[in-house]
Write a protein that binds this ligand. Structure first.
Ligand code: MN
Length: 235
């Protein structure tokens, strides 16, 4: 049987469940079976026990109160219901050592779930000169480089010490707590990827590999392939 992968989704103001089709396409292409999880769903333990892997998708900002901060004036759209559900489900999955891949907002949720914090608005919080992280090109095109940390799982997937990624974010990971470690950094120092040193597959990327896969980006293909492989392994 194909590994069953839960995909988190947004609840728009009209009450519609929204999720970009690139996520399920990427999971199918890598050999998994995607299922979309409505935001705010309550049966976390049952969902957690049935899923073989969890994909935390992109979206709005995490409520800063969750990581102990007051909201910056430039904070974007919040969805506290979604935060609560994703954080609880991530905790359950990682407690059971089931694979989790966090993308963009999902990478940030993953960091918060392990007690980390976020830069709420990188252009007003970080003093260094920053590259453009909210690209104006279509999302399937890479626009900035990241240095991949040697010895990480991500480095194995990338097969190079530097890769090009797309970038659609105004927030970034700030404090990172063990067992998560930083595995990729943009040229301006912004943290772009994380992984756990204690789990089979717990990884976050600030970019959108599911969109880069539309142009057959090899690192993105490898990332999804290993995610689905880990989800399919008996443990
Ligand atoms: Mn970026």
């Amino acid at each position: 049987m194909k590994p069953l992968i839960g995909i988190t989704s947004d609840l728009d103001p009209n009450g519609e469940t929204l999720v970009q089709s690139n996520y399920s396409r990427a999971i199918l292409r890598a050999g998994g079976l995607p299922v979309v999880l409505p935001a705010g769903i309550e049966d976390i333990n049952e969902i957690c026990s049935r899923l073989d892997g969890l994909l935390l998708t992109g979206g709005g900002d995490v409520n800063p109160l969750v990581y102990g901060e007051e909201p910056h004036q430039e904070i974007g759209r919040l969805s506290p219901e979604r935060d609560e559900m994703e954080l609880a489900l991530t905790k359950c999955m990682t407690d059971k050592d089931k694979p989790v891949l966090g993308i963009c907002r999902g990478h940030q949720v993953l960091n918060v779930s392990f007690g980390g914090t976020l830069h709420q608005h990188i252009y007003s919080k970080l003093s260094a000169e920053l590259v453009q992280h909210n690209q104006q090109a279509e999302r399937e095109f890479a626009t900035h480089s990241v240095d991949v940390i040697e010895g990480s799982k991500l480095a194995g997937f990338a097969g190079a010490s530097e890769v090009q990624v797309n970038s659609l974010h105004l927030q970034a990971v700030n404090v990172v707590k063990a067992p998560l470690v930083v595995t990729a950094v943009a040229k301006d120092g912004v943290i772009e990827a994380l992984e756990s040193t204690e789990h089979r597959f717990v990884m976050g990327v600030q970019w959108h590999p599911e969109a880069l896969m539309n142009r057959n980006d090899p690192t993105s293909l490898n990332l999804f392939k290993h995610f689905i492989e880990a989800a399919g392994q008996a443990y």
